[in-house]
Design a protein around this ligand. Sequence first.
Ligand code: ADP
Ligand code: MG
Length: 589
Amino acid sequence: MKRIRLLPENLINQIAAGEVIERPASIVKELVENSIDAGATRVEIEISNECRNIRVADNGSGIHSDDVALAFSRHATSKLEQEKDLWAISTLGFRGEALASIISVAKVTCLTRTADSPHGVKVECENSEITISETGCAIGTTMEVKELFYNVPARKKFLKKSQTELASIIEVVQSIAISYPEISIHLIHKGRTTLKTTGSRDLSTVVSEIYSRELLDELVEVYKDDSQDKLEVKGFVSNPNFTRSNKKAIYLFVNGRTVKCPILSKAIDTAYKGLIPGDKYPFAILDLIIPASEVDVNVHPAKREIRYTNPNQMFNFVYSAVKSTLEFNSFSSSTISSDAIVSPSRSGFQSEYKTSSKPYFPVANAQNKVDFSKMQEKIGKSMEFFSPPTQSKIEFNEDITTNANWFKVIGQLFNTYIIIENPEGLQIVDQHIAHERVIYEKLKSSQNFASQLLLTSIPVELEPTQISGLEENRELLAKFGYEYEIENKQVTLKQVPQILVNSAPDKIINDILESLEGSLEHIENKILITTACHAAVKAGAKLSIWQMEELINDWLNTSYNKTCPHGRKISHIINSKEIASFFGRIETN
Ligand code: ADP
Ligand code: MG
């Protein structure tokens, strides 16, 4: 038996590094989190050399020159002073392990300077040996990690293809960028920008910077708070039509910290149950804010797992927030009860759709997908039987191949739905919602909010908070064509956007008030949506064929014609195969 001896420091660090530094993405995560803990508002990440070189530069506090050597030794941290701090952690790091681990598996150069120091410090680490010298540099810290795993060939061998490592770096950076909308994050790979956020402080802006503007149309805002228990959940979830085949686009944060949290995942899954197929996932960004004492983050070395004091409470809180958001946006079901054809004011949404228990997503249809050309052939053949053969065949082919936007208005149902024939089959379009989408996009692109003076309008009595909301946003609302007088708790609309002159102005005020919550960009968008909603043709209004044709044409030319700006479905298609198979004209299997 060999004698026992203490491991050399470098080896201890390498063993510890095995837990923290699995791959390049782990280094990116640790370094960027350090920048955030240091109060940086700008972080630049540069990746090269097959993801083995990582440079992270920030404009944060810098490291005091007397502490710099300590920062690179194990269990050295500025973030935890006494035991009680461990139970109320508010920084991302706290173990003081990352830098010590990184220098044990890579060559590191660090430039750092604090605001009160006239010069900076340069630290060079190789084989865990540190040399420190004075240097000129900007306030903040730049960590340059080179040749990752140069001294650990076994680990180097396990690095995946550079493309795969980069993908996981992007995932880490995306997640951090989403959780810190106030920080401008720039990821550069081989000299080219891969991701850039501007630090706008607005989550929806960050989402559009990382993904696209179009994605925003698919999302609805989630917000719920419980002032008694000091709980808050906020973020976005996608409408049930927009799904993904993996969970990568579910971003979960607890107090701004990225977490893997089965409890929150389950809460989201449960809220979407019956709305999306079992093998699909929504896009979701949710940040749960809870008192630091209610959560223990000290479970996993990479600090992604957490424990709650009261997991049931968290589950219920998040579940009900997501569920009621989906219900409020009327995603809870696809069918409308027959007595529910009313003008969809914001508050009308819930009651209109809640009654039905049918699943939102037509799962059976998805399974029935068949080869379209075969089907066409079959339908063509069977149709020959009943009608002048050439005509029906030619019409069918022409429609499908020459113009995807071809349609013919058949008529109006309940003065609310426009029934059209198109290459796919029979389409039922909700006239109000389709028109709303048309107006919304026109308003958005033209930015023309010509305003019209109202001769008469009924004063509306409001709560003091509502009054102050209108006072505060007077300038903003004027930009969109709304002007009003406030007197003795009463508000009277004096001017409205031109397209609204025929609507009842007193009915708009409440919806406008509801628009005034959230970030500025959100408010502006919500005002547009409200304007569009009130200007759009109402359910129950009789339309002539040419009016319907014009509406459908405009609607088909909108950039996104599947849902209204609130996320409600605009149309339903009964495809030709379904119709043909119902009448026994094609075989079903
Ligand atoms: P931890 O983040 O858990 O404290 P690290 O090993 O990641 O441990 O960092 C050690 C210490 O180095 C930190 O506590 C902090 O004081 C300092 N530090 C590291 N990176 C930065 C940075 N970018 N800016 C300012 N200080 C930093
Ligand atoms: Mg750290």
